[in-house]
Write a protein that binds this ligand. Structure first.
Ligand code: GUN
Length: 293
């Protein structure tokens, strides 16, 4: 193995310890940080993410509320639920697990969340703040976690060419917006399904970040020798040799890419734990913010 392993789990555990101190300070002031997670439908991957988020809250001694709704929930009912949570003082962060079923307008749902409780950082107010480089908003947990993890390993992206594969509102777009900011100073290229000659792009990456959601899509021939590779993918693939008959793999063909990269995140225990801990961090920040209002 050539590459250094970027162990998100270890960085996340250290951040969790710092959060525990801030949570204890909040509790002394009578505030228990609270996160409400809403899930509509029973998509197995979403159920598993939501379970992990609730467990992370409990492990840190935070208040956790998981609201599970059926897939045929009416949009109006979801908006009403969000309105209730916006007004609930025990809840500092609200998250609607995405994707939501097709009959629900996701834009309307996100816009209904109080921006001060939008710990996903998906509300247009928070997206706008991130894009213009204004403090005081929330940064989306996955790209935020990738940036914090790279920094924790001393990987400075300033002046480097970062190639992001995928343009989702959850990973690709906010990742690009974050890393291009003044002071972070990466040169960013965003690739997507319509990119012509993707390999020619990825081969230019000093830092390659994938959030495309396709199992083992980034192969070794697409990676420059010595590149840093971060994998935000978590894709379920069939594997009859495992007890459950399936396992999760990233977007990156880890076993082969690790021979070319200088540093790489594993799946699991790479970007995933960073996403969860940055969500917790945003919720603690929201709770701290509630004291100032
Ligand atoms: N679905 C996949 N990732 C995320 C995330 O970070 N937040 C929400 N709300 N839904 C997701």
């Amino acid at each position: 193995m050539g590459a250094r392993l970027l162990e998100g789990k270890e960085v996340a555990d250290r951040i969790g310890k710092d959060l525990a101190v801030r949570i204890a300070a909040l509790k002394e002031k009578g505030v228990v940080p609270g996160l409400a997670v809403i899930i509509v439908g029973d998509d197995p991957a979403s159920v598993s993410y939501v379970t992990m988020k609730g467990k992370a809250c409990q492990d840190l001694g935070m208040y956790s509320l998981t609201v599970r709704e059926p897939a045929d929930l009416r949009e109006e009912a979801l908006l009403h639920l969000i309105d209730e949570l916006n007004r609930d003082p025990k809840v500092h962060g609200i998250l609607v697990q995405l994707p939501v079923p097709g009959h629900i307008d996701v834009g309307k749902v996100i816009a209904a969340i109080d921006p001060k409780k939008d710990v996903d950082g998906f509300h247009p107010t928070n997206v706008g703040k991130m894009l213009i480089g204004e403090d005081g908003g929330f940064l989306p947990a996955t790209p935020y976690g990738i940036h914090v993890m790279l920094s924790a390993y001393g990987i400075d992206v300033a002046g480097k060419h970062v190639v992001v594969v995928g343009r989702s509102n959850i990973v690709g777009k906010p990742m690009a917006a974050m890393l291009m900011q003044k002071g972070i100073d990466a040169t960013v290229t965003v690739c997507h399904s319509r990119t012509r000659d993707l390999k020619a792009m990825t081969l230019q990456a000093d830092v390659l970040i994938s959030g495309i959601g396709k199992a083992l899509f980034i192969t070794a021939d697409m990676v420059k020798e010595g590149a840093v590779v971060a994998d935000a993918g978590s894709n379920r693939i069939d594997d009859p040799s495992t007890p459950k008959g399936y396992r999760f793999v990233g977007d990156v063909d880890f076993d082969n890419v690790k021979e070319k990269a200088s540093a790489i995140t594993p799946v699991p225990k790479g970007v995933g734990p960073m996403t969860i801990v940055m969500l917790m961090s945003n919720t603690v920040l929201a709770a701290e913010g509630s004291l100032e209002r």
